[in-house]
Design a protein around this ligand. Structure first.
Ligand SMILES: [Zn+2]
Length: 109
């Protein structure tokens, strides 16, 4: 893409997408850029922490790629986790089945 506008050059940053590569036992998340070598460790509030392991391309804008969540941007929003899996059976129905001798979760016994 040819750059003809010198003034606009500073504001035209490449957008790199970061993906979650690892979740550590402490709850910290390790994110890696799909385009450059940037790697960060990120922990959610209240124990917020961001540690840059590899700076990668510092001129790029790094955007997180998990469920509308943004890392390094202005807003941090999580998608609501209220949706139940379609296969989830209401507890009342499981109890009814158990009362009738059917273990819905029988595999985990
Ligand atoms: Zn990058």
């Amino acid at each position: 893409m040819p750059r003809t506008d010198k003034i606009g050059e500073m504001s035209v940053s490449e957008h790199h997408e970061m993906i979650l590569s690892e979740t550590r036992e402490s709850g910290a998340e390790e994110w890696a850029c799909t385009t450059c070598a940037r790697r960060i460790v990120f922990r959610w509030p209240p124990r917020y922490e961001k540690l840059v392991l590899e700076h990668g391309d510092v001129n790029a804008v790094h955007v997180g790629g998990k469920g509308g969540l943004r890392v390094g941007g202005l807003a941090v929003t999580r998608a609501p986790a209220t949706e139940m899996p379609a296969t989830e059976m209401p507890a009342a129905e499981r109890d009814w089945l158990r009362d009738n001798g059917i273990e819905w979760d029988g595999a985990s016994a």
